[in-house]
Design a protein around this ligand. Structure first.
Ligand code: PLP
Length: 382
């Protein structure tokens, strides 16, 4: 049986798959089982900021795997200690909780907010995406993810993104937290307006609610700063991280600010959270991001890419928008046929909603590769 046949027979069936098997990567290039080469603008859906097959991260993973993989947080660990200190130094936060995925980092933030404030309400945004477990799903907007699994967690409500008046009107004495993406990813690559984000923070401060920023997709250099909140001068109370935190290995983290109270022992936890293998990978990935100035690279290349895409003249394009190397091209039709056409041209990209082409290349991508992507987009949208 071919790889595709085997997966088609045994997979859960939950994913809409493209008919290629990716078997190898290098930097911002991927190869399929037929030997075809692609420029990768899927970037592991945001998990591959440092590129594929990074030698330093591969070496760190191999060395740690041969030393110690399992070490639950009932014990202290050298790699975990180093990573906790590193994440706090990078962000200026005093504490961090380690877990294994984006949705888990959001679950933790929601639980910490309810615990710390004694309030129940969580206010999120329309078109927001926060994950698939019940708490994170309750904050997620998209109907098709939510409806099959109702009833969801009580206490969640949504206001339009970038509408400060609506947000101000919705934050009450029972709001534990406002949960926002700095740039909405799945919801269509919608950058947050500075007035909205800073205004949301101010409303939270005034009403005693916490501000949770979901930086699962925007973190680790994607939008041009290590964390997107730093680019806006925001001081969130909780920050959710995952995707590119550990060079592509599964890991999540929740940064915990000073306005979050003490978290009593035993109220939350995870078997795999803070395991030495993921911590070693994260340390090597963060070293690489810093040594190679990937946030600055994302800012520069992203500005160039956005400009080049904006110069494409096509009656199909409604808007080109983004931040750093998180870029969306909204078109006037459904994107699926255009994503297929790009793939046939050797460019892999993502959808964001029904009508937005989304580009999340590894931040190590060469400008020459981005120029090829622009030409291919021009060709398929002609
Ligand atoms: C991907 C994503 C999540 C969920 O992360 P998982 O690791 O898939 O659980 C949550 N929030 C945002 C903004 C994301 O992009």
């Amino acid at each position: 049986m071919t790889i595709l046949d085997t997966e088609n027979q045994f997979t859960s069936g939950l994913y809409t798959k493209r008919p290629i098997a990716i078997v190898r990567g290098q930097g911002a290039r991927l190869w399929d089982s037929e030997g075809r080469e692609y420029i990768d603008c899927v970037g592991g859906q945001g998990a591959a900021n440092i590129g594929h097959a990074n030698p330093q991260v591969a070496a760190a993973i191999a060395a740690q795997a041969a030393t110690l993989i399992s070490c639950p947080e009932m014990f202290y660990n050298d790699r975990r200690a180093e990573l906790e200190q590193r994440l706090c130094a990078l962000s200026g936060f005093p504490r961090v909780y380690l877990c294994n995925s984006g949705t888990e980092s959001v679950e933790a933030a929601i639980k910490f907010a309810r615990l710390s404030t004694g309030r129940k309400g969580i206010l999120a945004c329309m078109r927001g995406f926060h994950g698939r477990t019940f708490g994170a799903l309750s904050a997620t907007w998209e109907k098709k993810y939510r409806e099959p699994f109702e009833p969801l967690v009580p206490g969640f409500s949504h206001v339009p993104y970038n509408n400060l008046e609506a947000l101000r009107a919705a934050v009450s004495e029972d709001t534990a937290a406002v949960l926002l993406e700095v740039v909405q990813g799945e919801g269509g690559v919608n950058p947050g307006a500075p007035e909205f984000l800073l205004g949301a923070q101010q409303v939270c401060r005034e009403r005693g609610a916490l501000l949770i920023l979901d930086e699962v997709q925007t973190g680790f250099g994607r939008t041009g700063t290590m964390f997107a909140y730093q680019g806006f001068g925001l001081e969130p109370d909780l920050v959710c991280l995952a995707k590119s935190i550990a060079g592509g290995l599964p890991m999540g983290a929740t940064l915990i600010g000073p306005r979050v109270g003490e978290l009593p022992a035993q109220v939350h936890g995870s078997t795999f959270g803070g395991n030495p293998l993921a911590c070693a990978a994260a340390l090597a990935a963060i070293d690489y991001i810093e040594a190679n100035h990937l946030p600055g690279r994302a800012a520069e290349l992203g500005a160039w890419f956005l400009g080049a895409l904006r110069r494409i003249e096509s009656p199909l394009i409604r808007e080109v928008r983004g931040a750093g190397l998180m870029v969306g091209v909204e078109i006037k039709q459904k994107v699926t046929p255009y994503l297929q056409a790009l793939m046939a041209e050797g460019v892999l990209a993502l959808p964001a909603g029904l009508t937005v082409l989304r580009f999340l290349p590894p931040l190590v991508i060469e400008q020459a590769d981005l120029a090829v992507v622009v030409e291919k987009v021009r060709k398929v949208l002609a």
